[in-house]
Every structure is written in structure tokens, then in C-alpha cells.
Write a protein that binds this ligand. Structure first.
Ligand code: PNS
Length: 160
């Protein structure tokens, strides 16, 4: 088991600068971060899993420490398959806490070997979410400082 590999799971619909902030902070702790997009057909997503992976690739193209992947099923099973014993998540505000706490404890119950680690983003991103970015972009607002350039382009393609 590689102790220095973390899985950073999420919907990433689309990835925001808040996600990038967490990945970059995580890279100061872990040797490798596997950013993994959940394949969840029941959830209404704007972008396909492939499109989301593509956007993440465009940010981390030349960084061998970041692997972009997708997963289905239980997160702890996926983490074990990838040889990782850490799940990385971002915690923006108290409002995130209840959901994250429940998820971390359930994951611990399912597999006590796998630890959950939480990092706080820079304060400028505590208000940021994929949903609010989609809403602002769909209404013609400027999102250039909220998402990577490749994501801005893709969002504009969808909405404009
Ligand atoms: O970005 P999101 O939507 O908050 O990410 C949620 C995610 C993908 C981390 C969570 O839904 C998840 O881990 N799903 C996998 C299913 C699972 O393992 N469930 C049991 C533990 S809660």
C-alpha cells in the first residue's frame, strides 16, 4: 500500500479553481493524487465524465504527480484497487461539515484502513461551487477568475 498516494474524488461538473486549490495543496503532502470523477448516471450532469476528465487533463497535462481517472461503486473499494489509503476532500465551510463527516465515518466503517483527510481552500474559494459557477455562466456573468481557462471555454460552449 502506497502511503503517499491520495484519491481526490468528486463530481467535478465542472472542475473549479477551488478544486485546483485543494489538489495543489494536496500535492505538498502526497506524492501522487488521483483525481477521480464519479460515474453517476442518476445525477443530472452538464458535462460527460469524459469531458470532465478532459478539462482536468488540460490543467495537469504535464504533471506526473496527478493522475486523472473515473470510478464507479464504493469509493473505499476503488481506493484499495488504486493502492491508496487516503481520501482527500476539501472543506469550504461549516455547511460542508455534516455531509463530509457522515461520508468520512461511513467510509471508515466500510474500510478502517482508509483515512479521510480534509484540506481548507484559500478563503477566496470558500463560496465557490460547480453549481454556482454554472449558474453565473448561464446568466452571462464573468467566471474567468473562478475556473481554469479550459473550463471557461467549455462552459461558454455549453451556454452561449
Ligand atoms: O463532488 P461530490 O459530488 O461532493 O463528491 C461526492 C463523492 C463522489 C465523493 C461521493 O458521492 C462518493 O464517494 N460516492 C461513491 C459511493 C460511496 O462510496 N458511497 C459510500 C460512502 S458515502
Amino acid at each position: 500500500m502506497n502511503k503517499k498516494k491520495a484519491i481526490y474524488p468528486g463530481s467535478f461538473d465542472p472542475p473549479t479553481n477551488g478544486h485546483i486549490d485543494i489538489i495543489n495543496r494536496g500535492l505538498t503532502i502526497f506524492d501522487t493524487i488521483v483525481v477521480s470523477v464519479i460515474v453517476n448516471p442518476s445525477k443530472d450532469a452538464l458535462f460527460s465524465v469524459e469531458e470532465r476528465k478532459e478539462m482536468l487533463h488540460s490543467v495537469y497535462n504535464s504533471n506526473p504527480a496527478v493522475e486523472i481517472d473515473s470510478f464507479e461503486g464504493l469509493l473505499v473499494d476503488y481506493a484499495s484497487q488504486k493502492g491508496a489509503n487516503t481520501i482527500l476532500r476539501g472543506l469550504r465551510a461549516v455547511s460542508d461539515f455534516e455531509y463530509e463527516f457522515q461520508m468520512a465515518l461511513m467510509n471508515r466503517k466500510l474500510n478502517p484502513e482508509i483515512k479521510s483527510v480534509y484540506l481548507m481552500p484559500s478563503p477566496e474559494f470558500t463560496f465557490l461551487s460547480s453549481s454556482i459557477v454554472k449558474e453565473v455562466c448561464s446568466l452571462g456573468g464573468d467566471i474567468s477568475c473562478l475556473v481554469p481557462t479550459a473550463v471557461e471555454k467549455q462552459l461558454k460552449k455549453k451556454f452561449l
